[in-house]
Structure formats: structure tokens, C-alpha cells
Design a protein around this ligand. Structure first.
Ligand SMILES: *[C@@H]1O[C@H](CO)[C@@H](O)[C@H](O)[C@H]1NC(C)=O
Ligand SMILES: *[C@@H]1O[C@H](CO)[C@@H](O)[C@H](O)[C@H]1NC(C)=O
Ligand SMILES: [Ca+2]
Length: 326
């Protein structure tokens, strides 16, 4: 019992901390062209002077950078050539995922990266495994069967430190920071992903309903990402496929107008504070539905049991009373 109390206290402090960090910072946004990719994609994939480099099956057209076509076993990427030394930033991704496949007969998805490594092929949505930095995935195929409560496509964030492997068979669940479902496939309207990193707080939002409204996907404090990493976007297809298109990547520098005293300790290895606690919170959330179900079930069984006992006792008492009178 003291152990449980302790856990709740820790959870409370954790939640409280999240709330206090929630106050809106006043800030300025400034578009950084050297880290942005937009039409008409001048020189991308053909000129060495472009800020962006293509890899694998990626192709530039007038309308988009197509990371993979709707064909089996393709992978493609577009990577920034310049390391980004901004402290606080926001990436707005305009993307499209579409193809011939019926629901759940398409795959595998795309990823947006901020990593130490660049231009390396691999199994993690077309990027290498054991990456160092941040990956935000739009996973369009459920590999793990037992996904009762998880609807795909699913947006998920992960931070790697160079020795953490992405578990493809389990759709990255063991290493996830959080995520949300996002029905982004074969839509007529524009779909956007928004990644904000400010004062070590990672926020991911999506705008996929054509309403020009951002919907929260995840919001995690204490995410430590070094400066000087590369932005990139990658995608992969396997037996199942889709067109994975990037229409634009827009990177904004964020400047806080009102600065609290800063923790200036330099970050060298990516990590997430309280990662174990995040696990606990997630498993507790998963438990609560079942816990409520059993609590209700046992309470009802208990009531029925008491009523039955009561009726039996009452009828016995009634009978003995009648016997006394006659
Ligand atoms: C990477 O993270 C794992 C799991 O949290 C940890 O065991 C490992 O020591 C970390 N590696 C480095 C280089 O920090
Ligand atoms: C990734 O790291 C894990 C654990 O450190 C290791 O077992 C695995 O071989 C590595 N994979 C690659 C592709 O480097
Ligand atoms: Ca998957």
C-alpha cells in the first residue's frame, strides 16, 4: 500500500509538472528557407547546390517529392544537407499518402526525422535502425495483430540514442513516446503534421480533417535533443504499397520573447526524462478500462448475492413466523 501511494504521488507530481509547463509562451516564428522544402523544388535531386538531397526511389515532380511510388519494395528519402543548430523550432509537414490498396492492404508509411545520421537506408520507414535523434512516424500498416484499441494509420514518436532498436513487428510500441490515430489515406483535402520542439518539450499535432484545425497528438516534456542534427523524410513499401508524397516541409525558428532562466547544460545524447514513468502512465491508462469493468462487474455480482441472501433469510423468517401463528 505505501508503495502504491508513492506511485500515485509520483504520478501527481509528473502531471502537475506537465500542467505548469503548459502556459503559452509568447514567441516569434521565422521561416528558415535553408531548412524548408517547397514548390517548385528548385534543383532538388539534380543540383549539388540544393539544400536537399534525394535517395533511393524518391522522385521530384512539379506537385510533390514522391518518396515512394505505389509499388512493392521501394524506399526513398529526402534529406537536408545542412545540420540545424536552432534551439527551438517547429516543422510543418504537408504530406499525402494514397494508393490503390484497400483498407489495411497498404503500407508501410513515412517518417519525419531530426537525426545525427543522414542518407542511410534501412528498415525503419526507409531509414537505418538504431538512429540517433527524433523520428515521427505515420505508420499505415498494423504489423502486430492484437491491436484492439489502436486504429491505423497511427502517428507515433520515438527518440533513439544510437542503440535503441525500432520493433517493426510491434509497430514500435516498446519504444514509443506517445501517439494518436490519424485517418490520412486517400483524402481529397490537404493533410499536415506539425512537430514543435521548444524548451525540451515535444509537441506533435495533426491537421487532417480539412478544417484547418490542429488536433493534439502528443505532448511530452523533458525530451533532450542535441543541436546540429539533420532533418529528413523517408518512406518504405513492402508487399503492400502506397504513394508517399511530401508536398512541403516548412521549418520555423521559434524565439521566445519572455525567457525564463535557462538550463544551459549542453545535450550530447538524445534522451527522454522519466521514460520509465511514461511507461507506467501508459500501462495504467491501458488498465483503467479493464479495472472499471471488473469493479462494476463484481459490485453487481455482490449486490445480486446480497439480494439473494436477503430473500432467502426473509422467506425463512416469514415461514417460521407463520408457523408460530397457526
Ligand atoms: C540508450 O538508451 C538505453 C535505454 O534507455 C540505455 O540502456 C543506453 O545506455 C543508452 N545508450 C546511450 C549511449 O546513452
Ligand atoms: C541495434 O542495437 C541493438 C542493441 O544495441 C543491436 O542488438 C542491433 O544489432 C543493432 N542493430 C543495428 C542494425 O545496428
Ligand atoms: Ca507498421
Amino acid at each position: 500500500m505505501p508503495c502504491k501511494l508513492h506511485l500515485y504521488l509520483v504520478l501527481f507530481i509528473f502531471t502537475a509538472r506537465q500542467c505548469f509547463a503548459d502556459d503559452d509562451h509568447e514567441m516569434e516564428e521565422f521561416l528558415k528557407r535553408e531548412f524548408s522544402l517547397s514548390k517548385p523544388y528548385q534543383g532538388v535531386g539534380s543540383s549539388g547546390s540544393s539544400h536537399w538531397e534525394l535517395m533511393g526511389d524518391a522522385m521530384v515532380t512539379t506537385e510533390q517529392v514522391r518518396l515512394t511510388p505505389d509499388m512493392q519494395s521501394r524506399q526513398g528519402a529526402v534529406w537536408s544537407r545542412i545540420p540545424c543548430h536552432l534551439k527551438d523550432w517547429e516543422m510543418q509537414v504537408h504530406f499525402r499518402i494514397h494508393g490503390q490498396g484497400k483498407k489495411n492492404l497498404n503500407g508501410d508509411g513515412l517518417a519525419i526525422w531530426y537525426t545525427k545520421e543522414r542518407m542511410q537506408k534501412g528498415p525503419v520507414f526507409g531509414n537505418r535502425d538504431n538512429f540517433t535523434g527524433l523520428g515521427v512516424f505515420v505508420d499505415t500498416y498494423p504489423n502486430e495483430e492484437k491491436h484492439i484499441e489502436r486504429i491505423f494509420p497511427f502517428v507515433l514518436a520515438m527518440v533513439g540514442n544510437g542503440s535503441i532498436s525500432y520493433d517493426h513487428e510491434r509497430d514500435g510500441r516498446p519504444t514509443e513516446l506517445g501517439g494518436c490515430n490519424a485517418m490520412v489515406r486517400n483524402l481529397k483535402h490537404d493533410t499536415f503534421l506539425f512537430i514543435r520542439y521548444i524548451r525540451r518539450r515535444l509537441t506533435v499535432m495533426i491537421d487532417i480533417d480539412g478544417q484547418h484545425e490542429w488536433r493534439d497528438c502528443l505532448d511530452i516534456p523533458g525530451v533532450r535533443l542535441p543541436q546540429g542534427y539533420y532533418f529528413g523524410a523517408t518512406a518504405i513499401t513492402g508487399d503492400l504499397s502506397d504513394n508517399h508524397d511530401i508536398v512541403s516541409l516548412k521549418l520555423y525558428q521559434l524565439t521566445l520573447l519572455w525567457n525564463k532562466k535557462e538550463d544551459e547544460e549542453e545535450i550530447t545524447i538524445p534522451s527522454v526524462d522519466n521514460m520509465e514513468l511514461l511507461r507506467v502512465v501508459q500501462s495504467q491508462e491501458g488498465m483503467s478500462g479493464i479495472a472499471i469493468f471488473f469493479t462494476v462487474l463484481f459490485s453487481m455480482l455482490g449486490c445480486i448475492f446480497l439480494i439473494v441472501i436477503g430473500l432467502v433469510v426473509y422467506s425463512h423468517w416469514n415461514e417460521s413466523r407463520r408457523k408460530r401463528f397457526y
